[in-house]
Design a protein around this ligand. Structure first.
Ligand code: SF4
Ligand code: SF4
Length: 551
């Protein structure tokens, strides 16, 4: 007898929904989901209502890389030496030979922001932008007294002062949180609790949210009070079911904190894209989200804020995802600031095979580091690859794939061609500063063009680092400062009329720039593709979002 197999259909957009149920909730049935198999089922956390996850045009779906999501957070062992990077203009307050306790200040800037020692031990060096401490066992850690008074009695100054004393920095950007708070004061309308992973290999944010949801929400409430914001939004990927459940239980007042579910897509964790997807607002180039009214903070940052207030814990540790096929055991580790890459991998039983490369900062946009490179308070991912990535720089075959995946709606191939020709002004005119260096264009490039390297080189040329004051004083007075860039600029580019940089990423500026490009290459097939793509991208950008958080 012939047997018939029963097929089970799963929805592509919602991995938690499982097999199609025999009966759907009434609103979903009314929406005709049964007769439209491509449509998503109702989300499990929105009973009886259709929930469409937010997304953005471009980007890449690279979910398969994130395999260590179920791992717990482990404390790394005590490193022999830590090398602390001095950020935000901090200068050492200790000298070689001094003894420090864990949590004691080793550097401070003019605003009172502190860098704190993550170990007890002896300072062996304090120069060249680093403080090095050799650790010793024993010794009592020092901390701040917990804040006993209710949050509503704290002023903005109280909150800012505590953040400086505890040395709290953004877990993604490494920018001190007191600076973000100062930029947001008087301007912020919403706080976005960013629970999105920053890289395809990163897995620790979801783990932290699952384990510390209530603390993260309370950390956000402290900052909401400080900058007088009435509502926060949690941004989280729709397939992080455990984390979403923990957040649901932690949020008691849904008028204060709502949830925006995102499709799992890289680089959703970028704060500009997060704001754009939730509110449909583009942050102008050269401005921060805080200046545009949105204070975006990572879940890990908010956990550190809460710990600084509730327990007086200074920020001396960072949670890092250690992954890659060359590492023996993939782990999520809580490492001390300044721990070397070698010691971090030793906590994962070393390497299964000799690594071809160790990438810090993510597989898509990170940089290759040596064994002595030290973790900072903004290190998120360490990936050990068995093979060294090919160091090739091919030629563009004008396939247009880089344009299709660029989440900032740029034309990476044009940025690179202008950069190669030395036309930095031209690069700026077509949105060089709007590039978030996500690396999507380089990932999909069929011509193996090293797009990210060229874009970074163009940015470095466009914005050279400022000379230190003493070096500037040594500049001969008879050399005009603008002479060097003028000599490098080709005459044609120098004569061209260039739009102001901060006006470029807006829609109006893009529209203005388009005719000039078309005139330069009227029969260019890639340009034809770009012209066709741009309006379609704008129209489709918000097709799955109604502009409001969906939870
Ligand atoms: S041009 Fe910049 S923003 Fe666009 S895909 Fe490339 S790296 Fe990402
Ligand atoms: S993806 Fe690479 S080969 Fe294709 S158009 Fe862009 S730069 Fe050229």
């Amino acid at each position: 007898m012939k047997r018939h197999k029963t097929k089970t259909r799963h929805t592509a957009s919602n991995s938690d929904a499982g097999p199609e149920k025999p009966s759907l909730p009434r609103p979903a049935a009314r929406a005709g989901l049964r007769s439209a198999p491509g449509r998503p089922l109702p989300h499990p956390f929105r009973k009886g209502r259709i929930c469409l996850a937010l997304t953005f045009v471009g980007g890449l779906t690279l979910e398969a890389r994130r395999k260590n999501i179920v791992l717990p957070v482990e404390d790394a062992s005590l490193p022999a030496v830590v090398r602390l990077k001095l950020i935000d203009g901090c200068l050492p307050t200790v000298a070689a030979g001094d003894t420090v306790a864990e949590g004691e200040r080793v550097a401070e800037n003019d605003d009172g922001f502190r860098i704190l020692s993550p170990v007890c031990g002896e300072v062996t060096a304090a120069d060249d932008g680093f403080v090095t401490v050799r650790s010793t066992r024993g010794g009592e850690p020092v901390g701040l007294p917990p804040v006993e008074s209710p949050v509503v009695s704290l002023s903005y100054e109280d909150v800012s002062e505590r953040l400086k004393q505890a040395g709290v920095v953004g877990a993604m950007s490494g920018v001190p949180v007191y600076r973000k708070l100062a930029r947001a004061k008087g301007k912020a309308k919403r706080i976005v609790i960013n629970c999105l992973e920053s890289d395809p290999y990163s897995a620790h944010i979801s783990r932290l949210v699952t384990d510390n949801a209530e603390e993260i929400v309370n950390g956000a409430k402290i900052l909401m009070h400080a900058v007088c914001v009435k509502r926060s939004v949690i941004a989280i990927e729709e397939n992080r079911t455990e984390a979403i459940r923990a957040l649901r239980n932690a949020v008691y007042d849904k008028t204060l904190v709502s949830t925006a579910l995102f499709k799992p897509k890289y680089p959703a964790g970028n704060e500009l894209l997060t704001v754009n997807a939730i509110y449909g607002r583009e942050v102008r180039s050269g401005r921060t989200p805080e200046e545009s009214g949105y204070l975006v903070l990572s879940a890990e940052t908010l956990l550190n804020v809460f710990n600084a207030f509730a327990y007086g814990t200074p920020q001396t540790r960072k949670v890092v995802t250690v992954s890659g096929n060359a590492v023996s055991r993939k782990k999520i580790l809580r490492v001390r600031n300044g721990t070397s890459a070698d010691e971090i991998f030793a906590n994962c039983d070393g390497f299964a095979v000799q690594p071809g490369a160790v990438i810090e900062g993510g597989i898509m946009r990170g940089r290759s580091v040596g064994p002595d490179e030290c973790a900072t308070l903004s290190t998120n991912v360490l990936v050990a690859l068995p093979k060294k990535p090919l160091d090739v720089d091919g030629d563009c075959i004008r396939c247009g794939r880089c344009v299709r995946v660029c989440p900032m709606h740029l034309a990476p191939l044009k940025l690179v061609s202008q950069s190669k020709d030395g036309q930095i002004e031209g690069c700026l005119a077509i949105g060089l500063d709007a590039c978030i260096e996500c690396g999507c264009c380089a990932y999909v490039c069929l011509g193996k063009v090293n797009l990210l390297r060229h874009i970074r080189a163009a940015k470095a040329q466009a914005h050279p680092p400022a000379l230190p004051p003493d070096a500037a004083e040594q500049t001969p007075p008879d050399v005009p400062p603008e002479s060097a860039p003028a000599a490098e600029t080709p005459p044609a580019a120098a004569d061209a009329e260039v739009a102001p940089v901060d006006a470029v990423p807006t829609d109006a500026a893009s529209a203005d720039a388009a005719p000039a490009v078309s005139e330069a290459a009227p029969d260019d097939p890639v340009q034809a593709f770009l012209d066709e793509f741009a309006p379609a991208a704008e129209a489709g950008k918000r097709e799955e979002s109604d502009g409001e958080p969906n939870g």
